[in-house]
Design a protein around this ligand. Structure first.
Ligand SMILES: Cc1ncc(COP(=O)(O)O)c(C=O)c1O
Length: 446
């Protein structure tokens, strides 16, 4: 017995010495460096970047550049936020009360301020129904992440804001695009939407008002969308970041249904003109208790991955939301006037079909490509517009909707007029009548 024990001990000691001297061999560790981006990183694609980065954007040196492409209302300095909004942030900083970590879902007081701001008799909200996030983007991220598993699918408007796809695909979620109809002021094709739903559809995204279309759905149309969701028991992610930036009445989705559970995503970026402050929120509307505590807890857990909303902006939130009505009205009337100028100017440009928006800060323009044989597609067209006229509009291929481009209408009025004049000159130069106009098919049909 002793003999065996001694041999065993010797083997054990030899093994330990060998493991210490040659750890890689003993545990088959990696022999060389091989550091690769994760599948998630590889699957994270921003379609706008993919298209814009591939474009040759060389402006005409004789004409100063006018970028009508960036959905940031602060770039030209003509749309400052309100004094009360700035003061609220200064006060929050000076109070020294908001230098620490806030709870992952936000300070109760700040959540209450958002709840008060959006609560209405048809869709009441309490502080617990609000989750504060880093911009509306994080709100969308949390909403998709809490509702969907890899292999599920979500319904996304086309044309639509590209972030939905960027986030979903990186999470292994399939994106199904439902058509918006330009000839119907960008209403959703409800039949198409409904035909896409299957047992793995875990969320229907509705963007109202729309980026990139600038369209606003009527109450009746929203009700029809809610009926689709209700028939198939699919929850809604309502991206309502442009809510109230409208020239007509447009109710929130949640105010129209008590049965369909809705995560409404919003934030300060657009209506308060401070996208850099990175403040957003999710409003949980669940009057029939379908999300129940599980989805709420899921959202809380997800919010704990990374603290979202900046503490100081949370501290200022109540003051920010109480900006005077005149501030909102001024922004809306500026956007309305600029949209009208742009629409009027481009309506008489040969080969272009602008579609008058009624909200948000965008206007879509159809290009009758058959009249512009110099260009292969909308990307080519908008690239040449930069080269010749130093005007940059985003080709709508970036929104998976070719043969259109998107104009941001937040630029100062004189630049809008100048840009439209240059677009006219460009189109007049390249426009060619077709040989048999009467037998044309409509190039704008999608
Ligand atoms: C429709 C839509 N949703 C969400 C966002 C993101 O907003 P935020 O800057 O608050 O993240 C944008 C930004 O342009 C948008 O257009």
């Amino acid at each position: 017995m002793d003999h065996y024990f001694i041999i065993y001990s010797i083997y054990l000691e030899l093994f330990i010495v060998y493991s210490v001297l040659y750890p890689a061999k003993a545990k088959s560790r990696r022999q060389r460096w091989e550091v690769k981006p994760s599948d998630m990183a590889n699957n994270t694609l921003n379609p706008i970047r993919a298209i814009v980065d591939g474009m040759k954007l060389t402006p005409n040196p004789d004409k100063p550049m006018i970028a009508l492409s960036i959905g940031d209302p602060t770039v030209f300095g003509n749309l400052p936020t309100d004094e009360t909004v700035r003061q609220a942030l200064k006060d929050a900083i000076d109070s020294e009360k908001y230098n620490g970590y806030a709870p992952s879902v936000g300070y109760l007081k700040s959540r209450q301020a958002v709840a008060n701001f959006y609560s209405c008799p048809e869709a009441p909200l309490e502080a617990e129904d609000v989750i504060l996030t880093s911009g509306c983007s994080q709100a969308i991220d949390l909403a998709i992440s809490v509702l969907c598993n890899p292999g599920d699918n979500i319904l996304v408007p086309c044309p639509g804001f590209s972030l939905y796809k960027t986030l979903a695909v990186s999470l292994g979620i399939e994106v199904k695009l439902y058509n918006l109809l330009p000839e119907k002021s960008w209403e959703a094709d409800l039949q198409h939407m409904e035909s896409l739903i299957d047992e793995r559809t875990s969320c229907l995204i509705v963007t109202n008002p729309s980026n990139p279309c600038g369209s606003v759905f009527s109450k009746e149309h929203l009700q029809k969308i809610l009926n689709v969701a209700s028939r198939h028991c699919v929850p809604i992610l309502a991206d309502e970041i442009y809510t109230d930036l409208v020239r007509c009445t447009s109710p929130s989705m949640a105010s129209l249904s008590s049965s369909v559970p809705i995560l409404s995503c919003g934030g300060l970026a657009k209506r308060w003109l401070v996208p850099g402050w990175r403040m957003g929120w999710i409003l949980i509307h669940d009057r029939n208790n379908i999300f129940g505590s599980e989805i709420r807890q899921g959202l809380v857990k997800l919010s704990q991955r990374i603290l979202g909303a900046c503490s100081v902006v949370q501290g200022a939130l109540e003051g920010i939301l109480n900006a005077p009505q005149s501030f909102y009205n001024n922004t809306i009337s500026f956007l309305k006037s600029n949209s009208q100028i742009c629409f009027n100017e481009l309506s008489t440009v040969p080969g272009l079909t602008p579609i008058m928006p009624s909200g948000a800060m965008y206007l879509m323009v159809g290009i009758d490509m058959g009249h512009f044989p110099d260009f292969k597609n909308d990307v080519d067209f908008t690239e040449a517009l930069v080269t010749e006229q130093s005007v940059f509009c985003l080709p709508a291929s970036a929104f998976e909707f070719p043969n259109y481009f998107r104009i941001v209408v937040t630029v100062p009025e004189h630049l809008m007029v100048e840009a439209c004049g240059r677009i006219r000159e460009f189109c007049q130069r390249h426009y060619r009548p077709r040989s048999s106009d009467s037998s044309d098919s409509n190039d704008l049909d999608q």
